[in-house]
Design a protein around this ligand. Structure first.
Ligand code: DQA
Length: 158
């Protein structure tokens, strides 16, 4: 099983960016923890970060042939992007949305997620652990999910 991990805009700045909100953890440290957990769960992962909405839409749109699920922190696009929401809804594989901060305890504009309704679940407010809990949940969800024969054969051909 292979999982795509997508980090949205400005997350490359973690560790330097608004430390009082996001903590001192860097994106590299988060990625190391994700890789370690993926090893423990015996799943393969690919990790990507982008500041560009269209690039994220493309990654999600092309995901189905290779991946069984998507772990995504859409960052600021969470609150604005119909395009990313539609890509998640259209891609045909489950996505779990994660946030380091507790978005429902922050400014009003962050308290609505455009993208979460297209996801199977959301984990918010546990810092780095949001990613790890989200990955555990996603892998469990995918292992219990019956793949359609068409989706399975499309992945095998790759
Ligand atoms: C975030 C929350 C978003 O509101 C914000 O724009 C981010 C990070 C989080 O992980 O807490 O960039 O997604």
């Amino acid at each position: 099983m292979k999982i795509l991990v997508v980090h949205g805009p400005n997350l490359q700045l973690l560790g330097k960016r608004e430390v009082s909100v996001y903590g001192a953890v860097t994106l590299n440290e988060i990625n190391e923890s994700i890789r370690a957990l993926a090893k423990e769960l015996k799943v393969q992962i690919e990790i990507a970060q982008s500041n560009h909405e269209g690039e994220i839409v493309d990654m999600i749109g092309n995901s189905r042939a290779t991946f069984r699920g998507i772990l995504i922190n859409p960052a600021a696009y969470t609150h604005t992007s119909v395009a990313i929401r539609d890509a998640i809804a259209a891609c045909g594989i489950p996505a779990v949305e994660v946030h380091l901060s507790h978005i429902y305890k922050r400014e009003d504009f962050r308290q609505h997620s455009m993208t979460a309704p297209a996801c199977v679940a959301q984990v918010t407010g546990f810092g780095k652990d949001s990613y790890l809990l989200g990955l555990r949940g996603l892998v469990s969800y995918c292992s219990h999910q019956c793949e359609t024969p068409k989706a399975k054969s499309a992945r095998k051909k790759k």
